[in-house]
Design a binder for this molecule. Sequence first.
Ligand SMILES: *Cc1c(COP(=O)(O)O)cnc(C)c1O
Length: 411
Amino acid sequence: MDTETKMLKKPVYMDNHATTRVDSRVLDAMLPYFTEKFGNAASRNHSFGWEAEEAVSRSRDQIAALIGAKSKEIIFTSGATESDNLAIKGVVEFYKDKGNHIISCVTEHKAVLDSCRALERAGKATVTYLPVDKYGMVDPDAVRKAITDKTVLITIMWANNEIGTIHPIAEIGKIAKEKGIVFHTDAVQAIGKVPVDFEKAGVDLASITAHKIYGPKGIGALYVRSKGPRVRITPQMDGGGHERGMRSGTLNVPGIVGLGAACEIAGMEMPDEAQRLIQLRSQLQAGLFERLDEIYVNGHPTERLPGNLNVSFAYVEGESLLMGINDIAVSSGSACTSATLEPSYVIRALGIDDELAHSSIRFGLGRFNTLEEVDYVTDRVSREVKRLREMSPLYEMAKEGIDLKSVNWKS
Ligand SMILES: *Cc1c(COP(=O)(O)O)cnc(C)c1O
C-alpha cells in the first residue's frame, strides 16, 4: 500500500452534501474546452462550433444514461437552484389555465421552498407543504389526499441534503401519473449515489447539478420529459432560444463536458462506491456510539444516502462543537440567519425538540474520504463532545437522574 493513503491530510473534508472536489478525470475532460476547443456550440458554420456541439451532445448522452432519460430531455442550466426555479415557475406559468395549486414538502431545499413562496407572494399559486414522519419521509397517501382539481405540480425531492432520507419517489410518480399531474423532483443528492431512473419512476421534471457529484460548480441540468406525457414549461429567461427554447444563453461547454464526465464516472463506480461509503459510515456511526451516550441519528434507518450521517449530540451546541473541531469540515444543523441561530428546519420537521436540533451535525462522506479520516474524525469528535459535556451542568444533572423538564428554572 502506498504511504500517501496512510498520511492524514488536514483539514479533513467531510461535507460532501455541500459540494465535492472535482474528480481529476473530470477536470482532464474539461480542460481542452477552455483552450483549443473553445467554440460556441451554437456556431453552425465552422468546425469550432461543430466540435463544441459534439462535446455537448456527448455529455447529454452521458447524463441521460445515468438517469434513465433521452438525450434530448436534458436542458442545461447554471445549477440546481436555477433548475428548481425553472421547473416550478415554468410549470405554474405554463399550466395557469388548468390550476394554480402546488404540493411540496417541508424538508425541501431552499431553492424549491423559496420558488414556491415567491409564487405564493405573487398570488400565482397556493402551496401545500406536506409534513414528514420522524425519519423525514413523506407519505405517498398524504400526497394523494392533498391533490385538488387545481393541482398542477407535485415537487418532492428524491433525497434530502441534510438527513439523507430517500423519499418513495416511484410511488409518488405513480399517483401523479394516475391524476395527470406534473411531477418534479430535486434529484441533486440522489443521482450518482443511488440508482435513479426518471422514466421508470414517473418523474416529469428533475433538477441535477455537477458540483455534488465531483463535477464543477455553476453547471446543472433540468430533465424535461418529452413523451408520456410531453411536459411543457414557460422559459424564465428570454434570449437566443437555446435548449429547445426552454433556457436561453450560450452553453457553458467546459462545464457541460464536466457534468457529462462526472455522470459517466458516477454510473460506473456507483455500486462499489456506495458499498464503500456505507462501510465508512457504519464505522463512523459505530465509533461514535461506542464512545458516547445520548447521541441520536437523524434520518431514515435504511432509506438513506450511503454517505450521509446526521447525528444529534445531546447537551452540546452544534456550533460550539464545530468550533472545537476546526480541522474537520462538517455542517451543523443550525443556520445563521440575520440575528439568531435557528435550528435547521429539516431537523425540526422530524418532531425532535429545538435543543436536540441545535446539537445536530451532518457528516457527508464522499469519494475521497478514507478510513484513516473516519478514525480521526471519530476520535476528535468524541473527545470534543466529552469535553463540552464536562462543562455542561445540564448533562451533569441528566446523569444524576434529574428530570430536566421538571426543573423550575426561574426560581
Ligand atoms: C446543492 C443543492 C441544490 C442547489 O444546487 P446548486 O447547483 O448549488 O444551485 C439544490 N437542491 C439540493 C437538494 C441541493 O443539495
